[in-house]
Design a protein around this ligand. Sequence first.
Ligand code: NAI
Ligand code: AKG
Length: 380
Amino acid sequence: MKQQLENNVAVDHDIFQKFSGHEQVVFCNEPASGLQAIIAIHNTTLGPALGGTRMRPYESVDEALEDVLRLSEGMTYKCAAADLDFGGGKAVIIGDPNEAKSAALFRAFGQYIDSLNGRFYTGTDMGTTMDDFVHTIKETNFINGVPEAFGGSGDSSIPTAQGVIYGLKATNTFLSGSDSLAGKCYAIQGLGKVGFKIAEHLLQAGADIVVTDINKELIALIEQKATGTSGTVEAVANDEIYNIEADFFVPCALGGIINDFTVEKLRVHAVVGSANNQLREARHGKILHDKGILYAPDYIVNAGGLIQVADELYGSNKERVLAKTKAIYNSLVEIYKEANMEYITTVEAANRKCEKRLEEQRRRSNFFARSRRPKWNIRE
Ligand SMILES: NC(=O)C1=CN([C@@H]2O[C@H](COP(=O)(O)OP(=O)(O)OC[C@H]3O[C@@H](n4cnc5c(N)ncnc54)[C@H](O)[C@@H]3O)[C@@H](O)[C@H]2O)C=CC1
Ligand SMILES: O=C(O)CCC(=O)C(=O)O
């Protein structure tokens, strides 16, 4: 929808409509390095925006934009739920992580981050690694999750995986009264930085895992890890993972994987995984609920990495990170109970909790804003 305004500027309302819930969206285009990226700041009510940078060979700018808008909104909720004083933001770099990475590209990206002057802090996500950001820190201080040797808190996928394990234990407790991971079957999608660590932990705990990844080397690697454990590994084709009869579906790759095509196939008791934005649309949460599949809201269980990178800005303390990551267990049990009591989905219960915190902060900010001397507009 285009509208001609009085000053003859045509405004494309469709594009503003897309961003209507966001504070700021920045398109980054640096031809020398080939950088094409989008930074989205969703909401800074609780503090400066914080969220990782994803790199993917998106097929179109629209696809990248949709991803970054959805991911940054999720970060607002994730920060609120994890009791962090940060807001929601995220960035995406358009390009194949196996081919398009260079020092120049990550430095150019750093210059864009720096231009936001602290409104947005970022680090790794799918397709990016700590080593990529070693280049970026030459241009900006607003980076987290770099290697410890460079003054960072190190690999944030470690606490993310720990958080998911707490989520699996909490769900086991809620469903069966025991938090033991052993003897159950887990269908894991994606064996990357987070998924692999979860898979390894489950094998060591004596669980049976069914795995899939587009990268076959990772499948071979996890098969080797099963040796000497009481767990078992079965590898299946990418699309087959949705059909597996298991206790848990553990999505640790892309978002939007619970959708009209997959939701009817799932034959599990619960979905607990690290992937951001697992539900294609909110209504898919309701479909899971109606099918009797317990859904652990993704932004509750995958907050471990966020907790670590946020903590880094106050001087990295592993004990503090572990304590806050452990809290995912109780937080999830509370959400499950509230959803049961109120006859609502687990996503609705989690969202309510976050919106309450955002609303409280908004009221507090307004209250203090009233004590500031008003600015005098001399032109009126
Ligand atoms: N790294 C972290 O600390 C955090 C990650 N997450 C989310 O968790 C998910 C995984 O993140 P990472 O492990 O860091 O990413 P990663 O890039 O290290 O791993 C993703 C894995 O998924 C595989 N994959 C991609 N498409 C697939 C498909 N169609 N079927 C099967 N496997 C596929 C890739 O080959 C790769 O091994 C993402 O959604 C990410 O946003 C969320 C919070 C924190
Ligand atoms: O885990 C990180 O490094 C940053 C947090 C983040 O982007 C996320 O939780 O999705």
